[in-house]
Write a protein that binds this ligand. Structure first.
Ligand code: GDP
Length: 481
């Protein structure tokens, strides 16, 4: 699993000096004829927007691996692709209703009375253009995927009920979308209700950094009623508008790369996974590797329940023929043949086992100083939860002041209430630590923080937390027992 710098440069089609420059940036000094390992190569490739995966090459030596490069597409091969949209927002603000309203007005291909298969995503046509909606509303799915490094969403619809305004999960959704650098379109919902006050919603959003156009910002908002189907068409047109500005493109003429949106074990059909094809075209009969699972695509079903033979970029299809049930967020890569798919999957299983043996690489206060010394940590991301809003703000401000020229402290999210599983997933996705004041983690959050190796600490007094963080930055934190 090693490659000579010179050969690697050739593989990527870059100058050796550029590769060496990037290597230095990731902290590796290597000359032209020296070997670098897979991990390092992958890091450097990423800097060039190229993805590198391991590939089995030789027929007789099963254990030999080489590098496979998912090539950067030539600009001329790129074709516009439809946007992929996620609906987020506070519970009961109308996410599900909005998705239903969109489907009802727009899904025309569906045969009347026919049974529709739920595959986890749906497509709608607006003025002859396609939009793909991920069916799992809420930011849990979104964050779970991002924690795995998958980026599937191009645009986030933030649903805010006009009679309720900005609520804790609205703020969470904003922070998630911002962290993932996904543009937001605001859907002010329930405008049919007597108590609706869209202006108040817009003002509250501005207080949380989402500046609507009317407020001199750039975020588009549409006032809708999911229940009455009001202004749904306008919302869809705005999605197309934002999509156009994003200039979303992909190359349909190459092997497929995609991400699993959801997956489960079906009694009759075995493992089934809904995959969003993000680049290339996925075809029935393709050999694929998905995380640690592999197989050959036996059948593909579209969002309307039809059997299809191929799926182009920004198409969601349910596939069968896999060895195991993959996880949401796993990446699908189409490879040359079954054997290669199996070998890569097996290697990944082994690698996971090895990694489990090694100690955690996640940021923690105990290891902060050594991680800083090793250059692994430059930003310390912190999520603050407290019993009252006043404490949240006070802590965020005091924390930010602790930044030095070596570490920048970033309070990336703050909220009132218990530490939840969503907080832990956000922390895991953003490599953050969580601190709570006079609040406890839910039991689910505690379990998840252990699994995700997220450093979670609770305090009663603010200055004690500040003291701990300062001490950690100087490498003088007393070990926790
Ligand atoms: P979710 O939790 O965000 O998915 O919210 P739901 O879609 O389940 O909606 C919560 C409640 O609000 C349901 O009782 C819906 O009928 C109601 N609701 C959703 N949209 C509207 C709307 O535009 N107007 C009114 N009056 N009620 C709505």
């Amino acid at each position: 699993q090693k490659i000579v710098v010179k050969d690697f440069a050739e593989l990527l089609g870059k100058r050796v000096s550029d590769i060496i420059g990037k290597l230095i940036q990731v902290g590796v000094m290597a000359a032209m004829n020296q070997e670098i390992d897979f991990e390092t190569a992958a890091k450097v490739a990423k800097e060039f927007d190229v993805e590198v995966v391991e590939k089995a090459v030789s027929q007789d030596e099963e254990d030999e691996t080489d590098f496979i490069v998912i090539p950067e597409d030539d600009e001329k091969d790129l074709k516009p692709r439809p946007p992929v949209v996620t609906v987020m927002g506070h519970v009961d603000h109308g996410k599900t209703s909005l998705l239903d309203a969109i489907r009802n007005t727009k899904v025309t291909t569906r045969e009347a009375g026919g049974i529709t298969q739920h595959i986890g995503a749906s497509e709608v046509q607006v003025n002859g253009k396609k939009i793909v909606f991920l069916d799992t509303p809420g930011h849990e799915a979104f964050t779970a995927m991002r924690a795995r490094g998958a980026k599937v969403t191009d645009i986030a619809i933030l649903v805010v009920a006009a009679d309720d305004g900005v609520m804790p999960q609205t703020i969470e959704a904003i922070n998630h979308a911002k962290a993932a650098e996904v543009p937001i379109i605001v859907a002010v919902n329930k405008i049919d209700k007597p108590g609706a006050n869209p202006d108040r919603v817009k003002q509250e959003l501005s207080e949380h950094g989402v500046l609507i156009e009317e407020w001199g910002g750039e975020v588009i908002s549409v006032e809708v009623s999911a229940l009455q189907g009001l202004n749904i068409e306008e919302l869809l047109e705005m999605i197309l508008l934002v999509a156009e500005m994003e200039e979303l493109k992909a190359n349909p003429n190459r092997d497929a790369v995609g991400t699993v949106v959801e997956a489960q074990l079906d009694k009759g059909r075995g493992p089934v996974a809904t995959v969003l094809v993000q680049n290339g075209t996925l075809k029935v009969g393709d050999s694929v590797v998905i995380g640690t699972s592999h197989g050959r695509v036996r059948a593909m079903i579209s969002d309307t329940g039809k059997r299809v033979k191929s799926a182009t970029p920004s198409t969601a299809v349910e596939i069968t023929g896999l060895s195991d049930v993959p996880a949401a967020g796993d990446q699908l890569i189409a490879v040359a043949d079954d054997k290669m798919a199996r070998t890569i999957a097996e290697k990944r299983v082994n690698k996971i086992k090895e990694e489990q043996l090694k100690s955690s690489q996640k940021v923690s206060l105990d290891a902060l100083y050594s991680q800083m010394q090793a250059g692994e940590v430059k930003d310390l991301n912190i999520i603050v939860k407290a019993d009252v809003q006043g404490s949240v703000e006070a802590v965020k401000q005091s924390l930010a002041k602790l930044s030095t020229d070596k570490v920048i402290i970033r309070p990336i999210h703050g909220g009132v209430g218990a530490i939840t599983e969503t907080d832990v997933m956000l922390a895991s996705a953003s490599n953050a630590i969580i601190i709570g004041f006079n609040v406890r983690p839910t039991s689910g959050a505690t379990a998840l923080s252990q699994k995700e190796e997220v450093d979670l600490r609770t305090y009663r007094i603010i200055y004690k937390a500040l003291e701990d963080i300062e001490a950690a930055m100087k490498g003088m934190l007393d070990p926790e027992f």
